[in-house]
Design a protein around this ligand. Structure first.
Ligand code: FFO
Length: 787
């Protein structure tokens, strides 16, 4: 028993209780759960949560969390599987329900689209005249949050866990970079592992250990109606939980009355420090528009009236996702916060796996507490974005739709030039990133680009297609500044990177290597390009902050890691004329130096690091320089490029070009759930060297494959996350998709069982035929890149 780590969980809400259960089940039985309140699930968000569990989510892991919650709470007897119903009262919402049903299918939840009559039969209180249709998930339903907390706590207690109430944590004890315990107002609890399950008090706990926990507690209105006449309690109890997203409303029954949740009101944020109780007084005036909308949908409410209500506090985040994982600088301190009842058991399972096994089964990169860039941790940013998420919670959002504010935040040194060219910007990791340039509207190629329907045509322009065509024909400048870049240096750098990644980096200075970061189970944590600049200095092209954290965590003392992204900038100069363009300028670049090489050189007045590679599959270089020289680099290339027909090109073109070339995007196509072979990245794995994850990789088996599909109908441009059917059964889902402007092929990548032939992709309720294709679709002989 002495070998079992001592775990302290802070917070006995639903997350703390679920985690105590999951940890003790996995043999971590020395668990103490502390709570400032006098009892279980008392005083925090769990105490007042109405318990509606709608599983459907655009995010795969969120749906997986919810599915496990349903399964577990059903087995425990604290879940009423009465179904979840989302209704449409406008044509746009009806279309969106089809898209949502696609997500449910992709992520493995059974569901049906139903007509207005069936909606009315399931929910007779609704005004049938307004209903255009519904989306029914029969396994959705009502969790009983306090009972769920109690039942899970009891299981944990039976395995040895202790719950201590009236214990408010005031300090976290540490030794070096390890957590050693927590102090409450009256006691000290030694611990090897501390997990903050403090929900909306998470930021306060975080402050004790120098960790920004970027969540915002917000009030959300919940009202109880008076008793409804003329309908039985039993009938009410059988009605599925209901969402009327058009009016930001949800409904459930409580005995003879209904409960109404409203998101339509102004955001009401509060500082975590200022919380005194989780139920604030009901502000009636905020509820009025919601009430009117509720009565409009359910006329019987007019007579029942509102009997009471409260403004209940719970956590919102800047991107709507939970905050999970270990403190990057304090070993043993974990967080599991900003978690809804819906996801509680699933989150607890994943976090328990993460703590006990070192890795969760699900890909959690979008919930990882370390996913944020520094600028995304500014309190003002967190507040504004979280409020915006509250406002948009039920909105019909396009997958590319950006938040409008606060923006712009991060701009590359080329921003001014891009504005002059009429760039249409979207945001990535806080960066403004051009998607196309209106200046290119006069390109004759625009006329060659097929039109799109309304949905696929949003945040898109035919100019994207013209930019792609010109890239393949002439030459284009792509702003690659937002690409995460690290410098890894020091006497131990080579040995470290060799140990951490799958490809062989022991090459001469000047070599660039495409390589993978695997975790201990052989899952792909990232794909990197690593340029050896000199014997002990490497420039790493990475995918995000998680890479920096992972490398930092594993780096020995004789290795130095630096994020050089913001201090530098990058232009991808790509296309058949790229070499001629550079040669027209005074320069010291060896323009014949081969594919996947790196060199330092001058292009006219600008010192650059030039990497001869291209994610768009064309001849040319990524040209890096320091931020101060960015505008000079842009102008120099731009002026020399005029006679070669240079254009600036954006992300719309980029994404199409990279899919034509078959290049995977980590986080979308590939995650740490996948091994390199099934992901089509086996070529980057060297069997003749040792690296992290190698042994596990050899044990893995797989029956699935990231598959390149082409869609028969070129006008059906899908967006990603759509379900894929084989012989009428859902077998997988789309990751990335784009129309290939230069191949004329409509491309979708999908995770599918090995060896499927013809499939169908479901898109807004319709099935479109697609078939596996030999990849890459463009330039398989690599003539362009090696040219
Ligand atoms: N780093 C740089 N410098 N540029 C990039 O575009 C990217 N990436 C990610 C993260 N790091 C980066 C890596 N993704 C190839 C494919 C995927 C990439 C980067 C490069 C590529 O050129 N693959 C070739 C070469 C393989 C080889 O010779 O070993 C291929 O598969 O044929 C952008 O997201």
């Amino acid at each position: 028993a002495g070998e079992v780590p001592r775990v302290v969980l802070v917070g006995a809400g639903i997350v703390g209780c679920a985690l105590a259960d999951e940890l003790t089940e996995r043999g971590y039985t020395d668990v103490t759960v502390l709570d400032q309140a006098r009892g279980l699930a008392a005083g925090g968000s769990s105490s007042h949560a109405p318990g509606l569990v709608f599983q459907t989510n655009s995010c795969r892991s969120m749906t997986a969390f919810a599915r496990y919650t349903v399964e577990k709470y059903t087995a425990l007897g604290c879940f009423d599987q009465i179904g979840g119903l989302e209704i449409a009262t406008t044509p746009a919402r009806l279309e969106d329900l089809k898209r949502r049903q696609g997500w449910a299918t992709s992520w493995g939840a059974e569901s049906r689209l139903i007509g207005p009559d069936e909606v009315a039969r399931l929910h007779p209180l609704l005004d049938r005249e307004q209903i255009l249709g519904g989306f029914l998930i029969p396994s959705d339903g009502l969790a009983k949050p306090v009972l769920a907390a109690e039942l899970q706590a009891q299981r944990a207690i039976a395995r040895g866990a202790r719950f201590e109430f009236g214990q408010k944590v005031v300090a976290v004890e540490t030794s070096g970079d390890r957590v050693t315990g927590v102090q409450t107002e009256t006691d000290t609890y030694p611990a090897d592992i501390v997990v903050s399950c403090a929900g909306m008090w998470g930021p306060v706990l975080g402050e004790m250990v120098g960790l920004t926990v970027p969540l915002v507690p917000m009030a959300h209105q919940y009202a109880f109606t008076g008793d409804l006449a003329g309908v039985s309690t039993e009938a009410l109890a059988r009605q599925p939980i209901l969402r009327h997203q058009e009016a930001d409303l949800y409904f459930r029954s409580h005995g003879q009355a209904l409960g109404i949740g409203a998101y339509g009101h102004r955001p009401m944020p509060i500082r975590a420090h200022d919380i005194t109780g989780s139920e604030l007084p009901f502000t009636k005036e905020d509820f009025e528009p919601s009430w009117d909308a509720a009565v409009e949908l359910i006329p019987a409410l007019a007579e029942a009236g509102v009997s009471s209500g409260f403004n209940g506090l719970f956590s919102f985040t800047s991107d709507g996702m939970p905050l999970l994982g270990e403190h990057p600088r304090l070993e043993g301190f974990w967080v599991a916060e900003a978690v809804w009842i819906t996801h509680s058991a699933g989150v607890a399972k994943s976090v328990a796996e993460w703590i006990v096994d070192g890795k969760p089964q699900l890909d959690l990169h979008s919930s990882d507490i370390t996913r944020f860039e520094q600028v995304q941790l500014a309190p003002d940013y967190v507040l504004e974005r979280s409020c915006q998420n509250f406002v948009e919670v039920y909105d019909l959002l396009h997958p590319l739709q950006p938040m409008e504010s606060p923006r712009p935040i991060r701009t590359s040194p080329f921003y001014g030039r891009q504005q002059e060219l009429g760039a249409f910007f979207l945001e990535a990791s806080g960066w403004e990133r051009p998607h196309w340039y209106e200046a290119n509207a006069t390109l004759p190629e625009v006329a060659e680009v097929p039109e799109r329907n309304d949905w696929a045509g949003r945040y898109w322009s035919p100019i994207c297609g013209a930019e792609a065509l010109v890239t393949r024909k002439r030459v284009a400048m792509f702003d690659m500044t937002p690409l995460k870049r690290l410098e890894v240096s020091g006497p131990g750098a080579l040995e470290f990177l060799q140990r951490m990644t799958t490809n062989n980096l022991n090459r001469k200075p000047g070599a660039v290597v495409y390589t993978l970061l695997l975790d201990q189970t052989g899952g792909v944590r990232s794909d990197l390009t690593i340029a050896r600049l000199d014997a002990t200095t490497f420039q790493v092209g990475a995918n995000g902050n998680l890479d920096l954290e992972w490398l930092t965590k594993h780096a020995p003392d004789n290795v130095f890691l630096r994020d050089i992204t913001a201090g530098t900038c990058c232009i991808g100069l790509w296309g058949p004329n790229a070499r001629d363009l550079v040669e027209r300028l005074p320069h010291t670049l060896d323009t014949q130096k081969g594919y996947f090489t790196a060199q330092k050189a001058f292009i006219k007045n600008v010192p650059v690091t030039a990497l001869r590679l291209s994610y768009v599959g064309e001849l040319g270089w990524e040209l890096y320089t320091t931020a101060d020289l960015g505008p000079k680099l842009w102008d120099t290339l731009w002026e020399a490029g005029q006679e070669f027909g240079v254009i600036a090109a954006g992300r719309g073109a980029f994404n199409s070009l990279r899919l034509e070339k078959g290049y995977r995007s980590w986080g979308t196509d590939v995650t740490d759930e996948h091994d390199p072979f099934e992901a089509g990245l086996g070529f980057a794995v060297r069997k003749d060297k040792e690296f992290l994850g190698k042994d596990a990789l050899e044990q893995r088996t797989s029956g699935k494959k990231l598959t390149c599909l082409t869609i028969d109908d070129p006008r059906q441009v899908v967006m990603g996350s759509e379900p894929v059917f084989h012989q009428g059964k859902p077998v997988g889902y789309v990751t990335s998709a784009a129309y290939g402007y230069t191949t004329g092929l409509n491309i979708a990548y999908a995770w599918l069982p090995d060896g499927v032939d013809e499939v169908e992709i479901e898109y807004f309720g319709e099935r479109v035929k697609a078939r596996p294709a030999q990849e890459p679709l463009f330039d398989p002989e690599m003539k362009r890149l090696r040219g």
